[in-house]
Design a protein around this ligand. Structure first.
Ligand SMILES: [Zn+2]
Length: 556
């Protein structure tokens, strides 16, 4: 007697991501596992009276996408906020904000996202005065796409108690004007939080990134509201064919809410969440928090088993750290959030506890410091299979490229982030890093060719979450000037960075990331055959069905 399938997906172009059996036309699932992958005739034999048959209509079927770097709480909250993507010029900004204000007359703080640094014009930055002219009587906070910079109007600055400025710590800044008052530009989370705390969620969605800590006072009602926001976000994630997400901020508050969702209705997406180590935390937190969370949250659906840190900020606000000076600002290289010695100590201690590390490093100076720390851990503890990673790697120094392979460091990159991609402006980014560094910016082909394992993601809500859009960006990247190396990847390299390698980074390559007998039943059915789709049309291909852990989590 053959086992009976709970689902059979047939008439499909299955890309299994399993090199031993790369293609098939059908997949059978039973419970939360894959029963068989093969030709239709073979798979149909698993059909029984209770089998649910899905006709893929010739579309591609893949292992569910693994989004290797995102922020679930922040992203979920933003689904309720205004997006300024594509808005350009004062008049367009004014109209968008005024319409939004009219739509939500009761919101204490109007939050908008995705305002380019050049939203007004190429050479004029937003100040509180611009926003005051648009909405003098409502508190307004607008974020740059990278979320590292925001701009507030006078009412919002007053409400947050920071109109006269305040010391917000290294790497954070309330930009002050000649008049002794804040200009409205707020750099990094310590500067932004006093204002964002006035919003609907009290800014709680930003705490995982900002402090790694938990909110001090949360009423039952507020917590229920936060859970509702998370559920909306998780459903949205599943609607894009994603079955695994690796969160890049962490807090116990978020883990416990996710655990509650898992216990009540079930998580529609597998979640991996880190312990977020900030530079003011004692080293002992690695043991008492990170390792303790690992023991407590250790299922295939919700786990906390790594450490996240930020080494620098972002290029546009001058907080990214470079080996050499910024091209537009001689004498300034940026200031790291940890000293080399501090980071080495953390990298060694985490490694000793068997905790993988993921570090945000945008500038080549920050990337180098992180590689140095990983090297120090190998020297101190011996080489182990650590799967440590670096997030973003917007610029890498040529001398450091071979070190990724040597140290076994994973490159975690975002195809939607290069200036000129996904509608992002070229400036001020390209002038800030300067032409000499262009060949080493967003150099994913270069890193892959040098033997670095690579995973892709969007850093949602920094850029749109849709994996198909991101895959198109990875494959259609254009050069900034003639003669620069073509950094595009092939479809199969890109898909691997969205599936199989993501599972490997999570130490779960023995059960997910491929469509293979016995593996977890995480599958996405797409609306078309992506191998027969022109690269420029990949983003039009939509998920039709998402299955996670043997359960349909999205149906178009
Ligand atoms: Zn991030």
């Amino acid at each position: 007697m053959q086992a009976e399938a709970s689902f059979i997906i047939r008439n499909a172009r299955v890309l299994t991501m399993d090199d031993a059996n790369p293609r098939a036309s059908a997949v059978a699932l039973a419970g939360n596992r894959i029963l068989a992958v093969g030709p239709e005739a073979e798979i149909d034999a698993f059909s029984g009276p209770d089998t649910h048959v899905i006709d893929a209509k010739g579309g591609t079927v893949l292992p569910g996408f693994n989004e290797a770097h995102m922020h679930i709480f922040g992203g979920s909250a933003e689904l309720r906020e205004l997006s300024l993507a594509g808005v350009k010029g004062f008049d367009a900004l004014a109209k968008a904000l005024r319409d939004y204000a009219a739509e939500y007359p009761d919101r204490a703080l109007l939050i908008a996202q995705h305002a380019d640094y050049t939203v007004l014009s190429d050479d004029e930055r937003v100040t509180r005065h611009h926003l005051d002219r648009i909405l003098p009587d409502r508190a307004v906070l607008i974020f740059a796409p990278d979320h590292h910079t925001a701009w507030a109007n006078t009412l919002a600055l007053k409400g947050g108690g920071i109109l006269e400025g305040r010391d917000v710590g290294i790497g954070n800044e309330i930009v002050m004007g000649d008049d002794g008052l804040a200009t409205g530009e707020l750099r990094e989370s310590n500067a932004i939080r006093p204002v964002s705390a006035l919003g609907e969620t009290g800014g709680r969605e930003m705490l995982g990134v900002g402090t790694g800590g938990d909110p001090e006072h949360v009423t039952d009602e507020e917590r229920a509201g936060d859970i509702a926001i998370l559920k909306e976000g998780l459903a949205y994630v599943a609607s894009l064919g994603i079955t695994s997400l690796q969160n890049m901020d962490g807090s116990l508050y978020q883990l416990e809410m996710l655990e509650e969702i898992e216990k009540t209705v079930g998580l529609p997406v597998r979640v991996r969440m880190p312990f977020h180590m900030k530079n003011f935390m004692p080293l002992s937190d690695l043991e008492t928090k990170a390792a303790a969370w690992r023991a407590r949250f250790d299922t295939d659906r919700l786990r906390s088993d790594f450490v996240k840190l930020f080494m620098d900020g972002v290029t546009e606000s001058g907080t990214a750290v470079f080996v050499d000076d910024y091209a537009h600002q001689p004498g300034w290289k940026g200031e790291p959030l940890f000293t080399q010695e501090q980071f080495d100590t953390i990298a060694i201690a985490a490694d000793k506890l068997g905790l993988p590390v993921a570090v945000h490093a945008i500038g080549d100076g920050a990337v180098r410091m992180v590689l140095n720390g990983y090297e120090a851990a190998i020297k101190a503890n011996g080489k182990r299979d650590s799967r440590n990673r670096i997030e973003h790697i917007e610029v890498v120094h040529p001398d450091d490229i071979p070190r990724f392979k040597e140290l076994g460091t994973v490159a975690s990159m975002q195809p939607t982030h290069p200036p000129g991609s996904a509608g992002l402006p070229l400036e001020p980014y390209l002038s800030y890093i300067g032409e000499e560094r262009w060949p080493y910016a967003f150099a994913w082909r270069t890193l892959v060719d040098a033997g670095a394992p690579i995973v892709f993601a969007t850093d949602w809500p920094v850029s749109p979450l849709d994996p198909m859009h991101s895959i198109e960006c990875a494959m259609s990247r254009t050069v900034w000037k003639d003669g620069l190396k073509d950094e595009r990847l092939s479809l199969h390299e890109t898909l691997a960075a969205y599936t199989r390698t993501g599972a490997w980074v999570e130490f779960m390559e023995d059960r997910k990331g491929m469509l293979k007998k016995g593996y977890l039943a995480d599958v996405v059915v797409l609306s078309a055959d992506i191998e027969a789709t022109d690269v420029t049309a990949l983003a039009t291909v939509r998920p039709v069905t998402t299955i996670c852990d043997g359960r349909i989590t999205y149906q178009a």
